[in-house]
Design a protein around this ligand. Structure first.
Ligand SMILES: CSCCC(=O)C(=O)COP(=O)(O)O
Ligand SMILES: [Zn+2]
Length: 195
């Protein structure tokens, strides 16, 4: 699991989704524990020792370890759905900028074939709503604001001026979903440029 997250960190970095020490990556270890990236390290240059075991209450198994500052947002998703096996968060230019040029509380996506990359979607003829939450340095408070929008689970969410959260049953498929979401966000940016 740790090696998988190290490799995915490299792929996120190759896509320029984790500049500086931004982003955080996690994967489920068992029903009540996840492995999550250490806070403040470059996610494109991870080592297995940078993956920290954390309970779903957000507390590190080793109390001296320093897991991601955004650990509670990951734990919230794992608690919501036992089928979630991985959560990835990145800071792409497009998600950051697009969410700052609109006051909207959601990104409405329709007519895109790639929406079929998400579970339960079998046609482009759907409307997928990606919530956009105002950013907050108080992660516990932010998670409480996010909670009502997670039932049913959206295809991902955006923190305004901050980045994207995506999840999936395992690390690889979580990466595919993040890739699909970033593709959709880039399309929306491009459409606005073309108007
Ligand atoms: C330098 S980016 C600011 C923090 C952040 O948004 C992030 O994703 C990384 O935080 P972490 O504690 O997981 O390193
Ligand atoms: Zn972040």
């Amino acid at each position: 699991m740790a090696c998988e997250l190290v490799a995915i960190g490299g792929r996120m970095d190759a896509n320029r989704w984790v500049p500086a020490s931004s982003g955080n990556l996690s994967a489920r270890i068992d029903r009540s524990t996840i492995g999550i990236t250490r806070s403040g390290v470059h996610k494109g240059r991870l080592e297995p020792a940078d993956i920290i075991a954390v309970g779903l209450d957000g507390l590190a198994v080793d109390p001296t370890a320093k897991p991601s500052a955004e650990t509670l947002l990951h734990c919230q998703l794992y608690r919501m759905d036992p089928a979630i096996g991985a959560v990835l968060h990145g800071h792409s230019v497009e998600a950051t900028a697009l969410s700052l040029v609109t006051d909207a509380e959601e990104l409405v996506l329709r007519d895109y074939e790639i929406l079929k990359a998400f579970p339960g979607i079998g046609t482009h003829e759907v409307v997928a709503r990606v919530p956009i939450f105002d950013n907050d340095q108080d992660i516990a408070r932010l998670s409480m604001r996010i909670a009502p929008s997670l039932t049913p689970l959206p295809i991902g969410y955006i923190l305004r001026g901050h980045g994207v959260y995506a999840w999936g049953p395992d690390v690889e498929r979580c990466f595919w979903r993040l890739e699909a979401l970033e593709f959709l966000i880039s399309c929306e940016c491009e459409r606005r440029r073309m108007l």
